[in-house]
Design a protein around this ligand. Structure first.
Ligand code: JD2
Length: 225
């Protein structure tokens, strides 16, 4: 699949695109990432992408024209605007976008993007969560990575509905590796017992306890059984 990222900071994506899973997805041909700078779609000598907000107020707003031109040049793409006012991002978004031929992520800066972009040019507005960033780039990088790992052939073995975290609405169990004791901090005895039924039961109990304690919202809506 192709992912186009509209950003005035294309350099922000250098390391994320050259690292680990995303780099492998690109090298293997499963993923093509195109960085698009809205400044290349401006018509004035200063390559202006922002302007003062109508109605007054602090800061600047991303202009509609450069974003419109950049989006219009990529017809057929699923257009997603990153904004703190969007629907909170969940795994189902990534599952769906990983099946698209072309995803277009629109990153704002300043105080945000002229609302006419989302209202007339985009399919959805999403947020990374209830905290404030300085722009959409971190969210776009998170989406690229989350989608890349779902593409066929990118991970060693396919992600199954049974094993993937969040699919059944429970958090993952804790993981440990050698040494069995470090600085007096032991690995839970059960994991060294070799009793696979007992280990599976312990892991399930850990997942349930963690979810109840940390994510009461998930616990109430978990997949029962
Ligand atoms: C963004 C800004 C509005 C204050 C474009 C922030 C985000 N989970 C998330 N938190 N913040 C963002 C985000 C996304 C895009 C922009 N800003 C700065 N906008 C009020 C600060 C500008 C996501 N996704």
């Amino acid at each position: 699949m192709k992912v186009s990222v509209l950003t005035i900071f294309p350099g922000f994506f250098s390391t994320p695109l050259e690292t680990s899973i995303v780099a492998r997805a690109i090298d293997g041909g499963a993923l093509d990432v195109e960085l698009v700078d809205p400044r290349d779609y401006t018509a004035d000598a200063h390559r202006t992408v922002d302007d003062a907000p109508f109605g007054g107020g602090a800061g600047m707003v991303m202009k509609v024209e450069p974003l419109h031109r950049a989006i219009a040049e990529r017809p057929g793409a699923r257009v997603v605007v990153l904004t703190p006012s969007g629907t909170p991002l969940v795994q189902e978004h990534l599952d769906r976008w990983a099946t698209e031929e072309h995803l277009l992520l629109v990153c704002g800066r300043y105080e945000g993007i002229d609302q006419r972009v989302a209202d007339n040019l985009a399919h959805e507005e999403v947020s990374l969560g209830d905290f404030v960033l300085a722009g959409g780039e971190v969210a776009a990088a998170a989406i690229v990575e989350g989608v890349a790992r779902l593409l066929p052939g990118v991970l060693g073995n396919p992600i199954s509905a049974e094993t993937e975290s969040f699919r059944d609405g429970l958090l993952e169990e804790p993981q440990y590796t050698r040494p069995a004791e470090y600085e007096g901090w032991p690995v839970p005895d059960v994991l060294l017992s070799g009793d696979h039924a007992k280990i599976a039961a312990w892991r399930q109990r850990q997942r349930e306890e963690r979810t109840q304690q940390r994510r009461p919202d998930l616990w109430e809506r978990r997949a029962k059984e």
